[in-house]
Structure formats: C-alpha cells, structure tokens
Design a protein around this ligand. Sequence first.
Ligand SMILES: N[C@@H](CCC(=O)N[C@@H](CS)C(=O)NCC(=O)O)C(=O)O
Length: 230
Amino acid sequence: MPVLKYYYDLLSQPSRAIYIFLKLANIPFQSCPVALRTGEHQTEDFKSSMNRFQKVPFIHHGDFKLAESVAIVRYLAREYRDLVPDKWYPAESKAQARVDEYLAWQHANTRIPCATYFFYKYIIPAMTKSPPDETELGKLESNLVTCLDQLEDLWLSPASKYIAGDSISVADIFAACELEQTRLASYDVTKNRPILKAWLERVREECNPAYSEAHAVLNKLVAKKSQSKL
Ligand SMILES: N[C@@H](CCC(=O)N[C@@H](CS)C(=O)NCC(=O)O)C(=O)O
C-alpha cells in the first residue's frame, strides 16, 4: 500500500470529519496540515500540484490524488476494508445506502446552512471589522433552525439513536463536525433540543479521544472568544 498523505486544516469541518475517521479506523497516514488562513492554498502551484479545487481536505495516495470529503471517506473505507471497523461505513448494501443517503443529503441540508451561518456571523465580521447585517443574519439563522429541525425530525426521531440507524457511522461524524462549527458563531445547536443534545454527546463520547483532538483548535478559539466578551 502506498503512503497516504492527508492534507487538512482542523478549522475546516470536513477536514475534521476525515481526521477523526482516519484515527478511529487506525489508518496510517502522513499528516500534512494546510493553513487556510495564510492562503497557501490559493497559489497556482498549489492548484496544479496539490489540489485543483484549492480546498481542504484532500489526499495523495501514492500517485492518486483525491478531493471531496465524501469521496475520500468512501475510497478509504474500500482501500482499507481490512482495517476499518464495519460500523463506520457498513459493507452490507442497505446499511451502506442509509449512510450514503445522509452523505448525499448533508451537502445542501447540513453543510450549507451551518457553514453559511458560521461564515456570515464569524468570518465576515472578523475580516471587515463590522457587524453582520441583521436581516441577512436572521434569514441564515432561520435556515440553520430548519437544518436542526430536520436532523431531529427526519434522521434522529423517533427511535433512531444515530443518523443512519442504531449504529454510529461516518454520517454522525460528518454531521457533528458541521454542527460544532456554529459554536464559533456563538450558536448553541443543543439549546432546547434534547434529542440533538443527547445524540451529540453520544457521538463525542464514542469518537473520543480522536474527536477532542480534532476539535482542540476550535475549542481554544471558542474559549478565547467567550473570555473576550467577559
Ligand atoms: N465539498 C468539499 C468542501 C471543501 C471545502 O469547502 N473546504 C473549505 C474549508 S471547510 C476550504 O478549503 N475553503 C478554502 C477556500 O474556499 O478558499 C468537501 O466536502 O470536501
């Protein structure tokens, strides 16, 4: 098996998801951090030699280069089938299809609402040094609320312990990493949401210590932000 190089930034939600998966599956990899904040991904050289989409996460597996977190997780689950515990991406057709159903759904229905809210409330004000437009922020918050309602109503309720059923899978890792990002925008996704809160606690616990390791930088920034408000 060729060396697996993993390129990521732990402040990126899909980067954390793949990082946690690699750790939980005991897949050996060479760690290749990319600091998005320095813009190192924006050069022509990066585009031609590293990742043509100029985003993280991505992998180089020998000569093979692959981007897009969902494609990466599926590829790794196939390539390292002997290492990866089945629960993370089940081999059985229908169980795998249920995980895939969420991975397809989440792009538009979890990632976009969470990431857009985070970007508008946290990144843009940090860049422009001015507060976000309240009307626009209200619209984005309402999209986020819809996303959380749907996670509870369509995926976790009434009896589903995890996103894809009774067993934890990569679907839960992807969802949790997106939701965690909103803490930086001072949004508590678990407030008045006992189902989501219990699920998130289960996921954190079952994915530790990899989960905490992946979220350490984000947790530090959240703590710094709340201290600056005191
Ligand atoms: N659909 C892609 C999304 C990748 C993505 O949007 N990455 C962001 C960080 S979360 C990025 O690299 N942004 C840098 C930029 O757009 O300049 C995936 O799932 O891997």
